[in-house]
Design a binder for this molecule. Structure first.
Ligand SMILES: C[S@@+](CC[C@H](N)C(=O)[O-])C[C@H]1O[C@@H](n2cnc3c(N)ncnc32)[C@H](O)[C@@H]1O
Length: 582
């Protein structure tokens, strides 16, 4: 037996991650790895004939690990006899692979509910509801259900003709390799659906999420704490990462309320080495009510830029025009033809001329103060200038197309796919269309959906607002409008329409079978006899109240169910979409 203890210790010590800074085997990490059936650990154990014979049983072609025996063996005091103290001293936070954070270079952010999934979505601003955190360990089934791709509906195709006639054509097929998509629905669910088709296909993601200031477009849930917001972002950013091409980049627009927390979160998700820059968008001037305080006036936001792979990223060189002052200071000379130039020393030490009309401009810096917010354009406030103003009335927080143009110029080329999962007024989609990029955008609030639609109609008509003049946009283009198909709206309608006991009981039975109950309803306490004893209206109301607002959508896997509420055409188009290649 003595040999086996020694053999095991020698074998395990070959794995540096199992050894602590004093060269001793770290029993705690070993215990965690064994409990998690860590692949690397099992492979190492199998590699030794004696150890394999001790802890594995051959069943047919398969080797079965006797986890209990192994755990008992390593917990025995005879194995690493002096390690008890080391183990006791070594209690602490570990990373995902069981390594102590104290032994790692990584700094990670921890917060309550970090290990949860927050669905965080609703379709109507006026309905506030309890947010549910699904714990990844405790509620794997619920999370799997949330993450399953969703059925699609509406399939409206809008192009110049349709916009002129104010009537969409029904899209008879969606080509993910060429169609622009505008999807209504909670972006977490939309992202997981899109990942089925667009994983590794999106060159640029720009997002401008709610900043969680308590005074922004997170209107639908002003109770979000920082922890909640971070969970909300983490769940979404993790999927967004999978959508990026190898040369792709993500740009996240944020302000000082969350920027520093977001940076730590993004380092963890995208990797510190893939951080490219923090851009400061200096959008404003110290005027208006904000200038009343003695504190310096905040006139900037941040845009965090991460690459999927830093070295492979697409990064086009950008120059900004010289200012008059710069030209006056540096391009001080004029030749006989009136061309301005500056004198510059060449590599060989001789002097030469750099002509202004041959110079590209000032290399782009991380401070962007030449792009003003849309609200700074006086045309925004004149109705007769509406066609030329970019401002989409009825929404605060709109970003200018010029900002998106700069990002797209920098990190994408014509034909690339661009995505924005927090559409708002559709700025990214509009700019992408004008710049001949393809786009996907998502939005969940009905008011903003209407604003994005109108904005895109205006773009298709060729209105001269935003970057139209800069890119000589005269109109055209198209997009397909889709909705994630709502599930329990169908149930709600069936309950409301039920006019006799039998129909109501049938809906109740279906609801029970599908499990679309609010998470707060404890089904073990639900008593159907007591329910049946209520008045008809009370029974209806109780069923409506028990519908789970968090499972709003039809899963693709349930698409053929009779109660999915989908038409045969929607079913066929949804299937074609998920089977297509982007
Ligand atoms: C700050 S705004 C974006 C503004 C946009 N950049 C523009 O220029 O108009 C954020 C948008 O994200 C939307 N949103 C927030 N949470 C969402 C979610 N879970 N799913 C889909 N959209 C969401 C909000 O309704 C809001 O319209």
């Amino acid at each position: 037996m003595q040999n086996l203890y020694a053999d095991l210790e020698t074998l395990l010590k070959e794995d540096a991650s199992l050894v602590d800074e004093h060269g001793k085997l770290n029993k705690n990490v070993l215990i965690t790895r064994a409990a998690n059936l860590d692949e690397g650990l099992l492979a190492r154990l199998i590699s030794s004939d004696t150890i394999r014979a001790q802890f594995f049983t051959q069943v047919g072609d398969t080797l079965v690990f006797d986890k209990a025996k192994f755990q008992e063996f390593i917990a025995n005091k005879a194995f690493l006899p002096d390690s008890y103290t080391a183990f006791r001293n070594k209690i602490g936070l570990t990373d995902r692979s069981g390594r102590f954070l104290s032994a790692s270079e990584d700094v990670v952010l921890a917060w309550p509910y970090k290990d949860c999934v927050l669905e965080g979505g609703m379709t109507k601003e006026d309905v506030k509801r309890d947010e549910v955190f699904w714990n990844t360990t405790l509620a794997p089934d619920d999370i799997a259900r949330v993450f399953e791709p969703k059925a699609l509906t509406r399939f409206e195709h809008w192009d110049r003709n349709a916009v002129a006639q104010k009537k969409a054509k029904r899209a008879d097929v969606i080509d993910p390799a060429s169609d622009n998509l505008f999807i209504k629905g909670n972006n977490l669910l939309a992202l997981h659906s899109l990942a089925e088709v667009y994983a590794g296909k999106v060159t640029v993601i720009y997002i401008d999420p709610p900043f969680n200031t308590g005074n922004d477009s997170f209107l639908y849930n002003d109770r979000f704490s920082r922890a909640t917001w971070l969970t909300f972002m983490r769940n979404r950013l993790e999927v967004m990462k999978t959508l990026l091409t190898r040369d792709g980049s993500i740009f996240i627009h944020i302000d000082v309320n969350q920027s520093h927390y977001l940076k730590a979160l993004c380092d963890e998700i995208f990797g510190q080495t893939n951080f490219v820059q923090e851009i400061i968008w200096a959008y404003g001037s110290p005027s208006g009510g904000r200038a009343g305080s003695a504190k310096p006036v905040n006139v900037h936001d941040y845009i965090l830029h991460y690459a999927r792979d830093y070295k492979a990223r697409k990064q086009n060189r950008i120059y900004t025009p010289y200012s008059d002052q710069y030209i006056a200071n540096w391009f001080r000379y004029e030749d006989e033809d009136g061309r301005r130039y500056r004198s510059r020393m060449r590599d060989d030490g001789t002097w030469g001329r750099q002509y202004l009309d041959e110079s590209p401009g000032v290399p782009l810096t991380t401070v962007w103060s030449d792009i003003k917010q849309v609200y700074a354009d006086p045309r925004a406030y004149r109705d007769d200038q509406a066609e030329h103003s970019e401002l989409v009335k009825g929404f605060l927080g709109q970003k200018p197309e010029r900002l998106i143009k700069r990002i797209l110029d920098m990190a994408s080329d014509e034909g690339d796919l661009v995505a924005d999962f927090f559409s708002g007024t559709g700025t990214t989609a509009s700019a992408a269309m004008k710049m001949k990029r393809r786009f996907i955008t998502t939005e969940q609030i009905e008011g903003q959906i209407q604003l994005t639609r109108r904005r895109l109609f205006k773009t298709i008509r060729g209105a001269g607002a935003g970057i139209s003049r800069d890119v000589e946009w005269t109109g055209g283009g198209s997009f397909v409008y889709l909705e994630l198909a709502e599930a329990n709206e169908t149930f709600a309608t069936r309950i409301r329409n039920a006019d006799e006991d039998g129909t109501l009981a049938a809906v109740a039975a279906d609801l029970r079978e599908k499990g679309w109950w609010r998470y707060k309803v404890d089904q073990s306490l639900w008593n159907w006899d007591e329910w049946a004893a209520l008045t008809f209206d009370e029974r209806k109301q109780l069923l409506l109240d028990s519908l789970d607002a968090n499972h709003l959508y039809v899963n693709y896997g349930d698409i053929d169910d009779a109660d999915s509420g989908l038409s045969a055409e929607d079913i066929a188009l949804t299937k074609a979409f998920y089977e297509a290649e982007a």
